[in-house]
Design a protein around this ligand. Structure first.
Ligand code: FE2
Ligand code: FE2
Length: 250
């Protein structure tokens, strides 16, 4: 459903109770790109990522088509960047029951200072019940950004909120796809080099793959449905391939 015809913001259900809020943008230089946030509707509704602060009117308008903003209970984030949590305080003001939700390092280093209310920090492997759904937190330091980085899985639908992993260029109009996203995201990574280069990245990705997710809720581009464990393992292989091999695959 399109919620802002001028900007092209839309909201679509990509898994049971899980909605992708999607806004296409143009990067400086004219390249098409997109920002997604995900809304999980449950007794305790969760928004995973707020979008940039300046996008708050578009994102909040889209959410309001599905549930009143005041019903948001958790505002989750992977790591501290503008597209992950730039509108945190706007959402905390609009939803009096809402609490920032992040990993322990993010709470300690940034969120408890930047956010207008203290964060609820999840430990690595900890599960939080939302009602019908539950989410499990995974610390993923430097995968792909920041020491404080972490990601979460909805264990009920096995939807993995994979943040900046599998970032795709382009407008990402399709809410959910089953076509190849590894190729486009790897081509984009080679051009932009937006990953931290940490020694434990492959191990981190293997651990996420072991959770056997069915759906990848990507932050940039289309969400993806399929054997997401295999795709995470393929990404781990690509990230650890020697530079010469990566160029050949690229
Ligand atoms: Fe990021
Ligand atoms: Fe991002």
């Amino acid at each position: 459903m399109v919620t802002d015809s001028q900007q092209g913001t839309r909201i679509d259900e990509i898994a049971p109770d899980i909605y992708r809020i999607h806004t296409p943008v143009q990067l400086p230089g004219g390249q098409a790109f997109s920002f997604n946030q995900y809304l999980l509707v449950d007794d305790d509704a969760l928004l995973f990522h707020t979008g940039p602060r300046k996008m708050f009117p578009l994102v909040s308008e889209a959410i309001a088509r599905v549930l009143p903003l005041q019903r948001l209970r958790w505002i989750g984030l992977s790591h501290v960047e503008a597209d992950e949590c730039g509108a945190m305080n706007e959402f905390l003001a609009a939803a009096p029951q809402a609490t920032p939700l992040c990993g322990q390092v993010a709470a300690l280093v940034s969120v408890n200072d930047l956010a207008d209310r203290p964060a609820h920090a999840l430990a690595d492997g900890e599960t939080l019940s939302l009602g019908r759904h539950a989410v499990r937190w995974f610390d993923t330091p430097h995968t792909p950004h920041g020491w404080e980085c972490g990601l979460m899985l909805d264990t009920t639908t096995r939807t993995f909120f994979c943040g900046d992993l599998f970032t795709q260029p382009g407008t990402g109009d399709l809410p959910l796809c089953e076509s190849d996203i590894l190729g486009p995201s790897e081509a984009f990574r080679q051009a932009m080099d937006y990953f931290a280069h940490a020694p434990q990245t492959a191990t981190t990705l293997q651990r996420l793959a072991d959770q056997m997710p069915h759906t990848l809720a990507c932050m940039h581009g289309s969400a993806w449905h399929g054997d997401a464990g295999a795709l995470l393992r393929a990404l781990a292989t690509r990230l650890t391939a020697p530079a010469s091999e990566a160029a050949a695959q690229g």
